[in-house]
Design a binder for this molecule. Sequence first.
Ligand SMILES: NC(=O)c1ccc[n+]([C@@H]2O[C@H](COP(=O)([O-])OP(=O)(O)OC[C@H]3O[C@@H](n4cnc5c(N)ncnc54)[C@H](O)[C@@H]3O)[C@@H](O)[C@H]2O)c1
Ligand SMILES: O=C(O)CC[C@@H](O)C(=O)O
Length: 527
Amino acid sequence: MKILVSDPVSVQGIEILQKEFQVDVKTKLSPEELIAIIPEYDALVVRSETKVTKAVIEAAVKLKAIGRAGVGVDNIDVEAATKKGIIVMNAPEGNTIAATEHTIAMMMALTRNIPQAYASMKRGEWQRGKFTGVEVRGKTLGVIGLGRIGTGVAKRAIAMEMKILAYDPFISAERAKALGIELGELDEVFANADFITLHLPLTSETKNLINQAAFDKMKTGVRLVNCARGGVINEADLAAAIEAGKVAGAAIDVFEKEPVDPENPLLKLDKVVVTPHLGASTAEAQVGVAVDVAHGIIAALKGEPVATAVNMAPIPADVLERIKPFFTLAEKMGCLAVAIADGRINSIQVEYNGEITEVDTKMLTTAVVKGVLNPILQETVNYVNTPGIAKTRGIAVREVKIKQTADFADLITVRINSDKGYHTVGGTLFGQEGRIVSIDGHRVDVDPSGWLMLSPHINRPGIIGKVGTLLGQEGINIASMQVGKTTTEGTNIMALGVDSDIPVDVLAKIKAVDGIFGAKLVNFNAG
Ligand SMILES: NC(=O)c1ccc[n+]([C@@H]2O[C@H](COP(=O)([O-])OP(=O)(O)OC[C@H]3O[C@@H](n4cnc5c(N)ncnc54)[C@H](O)[C@@H]3O)[C@@H](O)[C@H]2O)c1
Ligand SMILES: O=C(O)CC[C@@H](O)C(=O)O
């Protein structure tokens, strides 16, 4: 598989990718160049410069994952990617400290006129009176967006004896209180803040949030800091508010259009301190996001769930740790269940027993359904599109949890229902290895890898020998053999691990053996 890295991403991340896949680093591509080469790639890694538009996604043929080495995914058409079953992930934590510290640096640079004083001295001047600033102690800092960075900025500002008034409709008052932060409505923040700092994403809702109408509600002399996203502030309105004396100054790291247009009015104002989107630009952050995104891309390309996918339900790290060993098993159980099922599938039930019931198992259930759908569909089936595909196909998915278990510490049982009846597959982990421990109530111990032939038969001498002879005549080697007892008196199931595919006509000959009720072949390595 091939990965394209189209923005400057730290070498530590690239090296991790190179251990597993071929990696091409091609930066500064024009939109046309990216569209022309994207069909070759299975994954794309970007920072904020590459615009992954609908056209890019439509041109992609094999693309399975897009990784953003950073937080904001506003440069990626996530909706188009989701429709195509492409996992979009970010690296949300690696640059939090960098952006937090940059925000504080920008606020202090703004209050003490550091860039202006620096430029003046470099011109050979000594102007002490011109650059008198203001203190932040005792001032109210309005924090809009109290997520990772907003909270970090608030904590540091509290240490500088600022009072924090925050607006974030998705944060509880208890959480804010525990941090020593007062929550208020947006208009309260506008009306009371001496400084306002933005830490929210750019969405259709937040675009132009800080516009002329917002400035009208603010204190005269307010100072603004934006290290979140350009576009949240209307730049023309900000420039006008500064010129009118309503806003005393602004520190801006992010712009509506990047790289910024030299004619941007904000660049012409002395009261505006600017940096070229440097919030995440520390050595530590760049390594952090590159390494995080590399691990996410590898997981996605191996068909494993990605903790930081933005178009899938997020999985907390502790839950992922707990359920990760079960993923491959769960998918293979789905693959086995669909192989033995007859008729039109109308529902899949996944029952969990044991310790595993204590965590959120939704992604494991998705893994089972993915395993069911993968062998029967031509389209790419992954963790992003599996729930949608099952729904469109009218397959109801149900999860049942019963903590009590009889024989295993953890047990997963898949029941696949069709218009012709139902089948069950049980699985567990022996150490870290997945094992199929029951098929339709027959006790087995099957390693779910390679080819497996399953054949229920009457429990009487000679049958297994006949099957062995038939396979031997066709040159098909039997690698392992299990015979499980069934709960139905007198019926056993043969589970033969074979080294290669069994042609349909050979399978027909096996089915025709007297005493055999059927024969099904499963390829656990498909998909
Ligand atoms: N300048 C940089 O280089 C740089 C670096 C990292 C992150 N960022 C940007 O900083 C921003 C914050 O990043 P983060 O990691 O803290 O994200 P986060 O997801 O942890 O926090 C965002 C917060 O915004 C809140 N929010 C969403 N919509 C809102 C609205 N309409 N009004 C108020 N609050 C709202 C959310 O509830 C959340 O708490 C993002 O836009 C990110 O892209 C910039
Ligand atoms: O890639 C960058 O340097 C910017 C990252 C930053 O804007 C983010 O959203 O994480």
